[in-house]
Design a protein around this ligand. Structure first.
Ligand SMILES: [Zn+2]
Ligand SMILES: [Zn+2]
Length: 167
């Protein structure tokens, strides 16, 4: 069984098309096993919010439930119970998500709508200098850690491709 990182109760499996997504019936947080694949399938829909509205996952859209614990408190991965990493969605947004590098992404109530919204806006957003500097620094950091095969440029190309869903 998978446990809600906020309420410590069992997550319930919900269906959305072919996807099975675990949701907490109390705080309406949701657990996505893979950012590119599972969550990506939803993000790449033409109108993810509309598609989710009629589904069993509709409760996760509106932030109307607060968990009994702070969202800034360390949250345990529903699968391995290790504390998840906090990270900024798309590296520069103000939306902080929780991720286990081995098992998936945790979205608190309403966060899916926030990232869908941000993603849509980011399509024609001009980066302000602070965000742009932060992004460059972050990318250099990641490149230094992974030492991409084929060099930095090729790696950037494939990363951009993945973000845009054209790979
Ligand atoms: Zn919960
Ligand atoms: Zn884990």
């Amino acid at each position: 069984m998978k446990t809600c990182p906020r309420c410590q109760i069992e997550l319930k499996e919900q269906s959305f098309g072919d996807l099975r997504v675990d949701m907490c019936p109390t705080c309406e947080g949701s657990w996505w096993e893979d950012e590119d694949d599972e969550l990506g399938q939803v993000m790449r829909l033409e109108d993810p919010i509309k598609a989710l509205e009629g589904s069993d996952l509709a409760p996760i859209l509106v932030q109307d439930k607060t968990p009994g614990t702070s969202l800034d408190a360390p949250a345990a991965c529903p699968v391995c119970s290790k504390n998840m990493d906090r990270y900024r969605y798309l590296m520069i947004s103000e939306i902080w998500l929780d991720r286990c590098p081995d098992h998936g992404i945790w979205l608190d109530d309403g966060e899916l709508s926030a990232i869908v919204d941000y993603f849509a806006k980011s399509q024609d957003m001009e980066l302000d200098p602070v965000a742009s500097a932060r992004l460059k620094e972050k990318l250099r950091e990641i490149a230094a850690r992974h030492k991409p095969e084929g060099g930095f440029k090729a790696w950037m190309g494939s990363l951009v491709g993945r973000i845009l869903g054209i790979e």
